[in-house]
Design a protein around this ligand. Sequence first.
Ligand SMILES: Cc1cc2nc3c(=O)[nH]c(=O)nc-3n(C[C@H](O)[C@H](O)[C@H](O)COP(=O)(O)O)c2cc1C
Length: 205
Amino acid sequence: MNPVDIAEPLRSRWSPSVFDAQHQLTDAEITRLLEAAQWAPSSGNRQPWRYVVAVRGSAAHRVLVPHLSRGNSGWVPRASVVFLSVVELGQDGVELSDVLIPTHDVGQASAHLTLQAQAMGLHAHQFGGFDHDAVAAGLGIPDTARVLAGIAVGVRGNPAEVSERDAERDHRERHRRPLTETAFGTWGVPWPGLAPSGRTVAERD
Ligand SMILES: Cc1cc2nc3c(=O)[nH]c(=O)nc-3n(C[C@H](O)[C@H](O)[C@H](O)COP(=O)(O)O)c2cc1C
């Protein structure tokens, strides 16, 4: 059972760590995921997101994999594709002074991509645990842009093929802070309209 009465595919989305290392996405499917990000809203419609598409086994994938953190090095390489999100801060020859809003916009575009994956019967797991500088250098990303996160996308695989640690992660309880800690009327004071029923623990389908 999943959390609360929110819309699909928000409701069923979660981040698995056991991907099928044989599954491949078609170029059309990958394009559809990118289109979901493309149609995200952004400040001034600047669309500051960029994605490096690292299909498993591709040159970009070979750049990424050696720089994954230890905790991510088992499960990320098995995903069918990794999208590396990048915020472009030097558009139209002008270095954007505000980093926060463009970074917010990239996060939102990545959320759209992640939810599109879920809607297509795929799974997505975002990750930040990798050597960003080494990956940026290896991919030739210019100084005006910053690598933010990876989004691993694929279908779920056989837990018997992965480490116990990665297999176990897919059975952990999912928790959230209660809304009383995140939704305020006056800063620090829960918004008084909150319904009392909000769940903070979810099981997986
Ligand atoms: C920007 C970002 C960075 C993350 N980094 C990692 C990571 O390095 N390794 C990992 O296993 N999960 C990572 N996650 C996944 C989160 O741990 C996960 O989304 C969170 O625990 C909530 O679980 P859920 O997505 O299943 O709801 C990251 C998620 C985001 C959005």
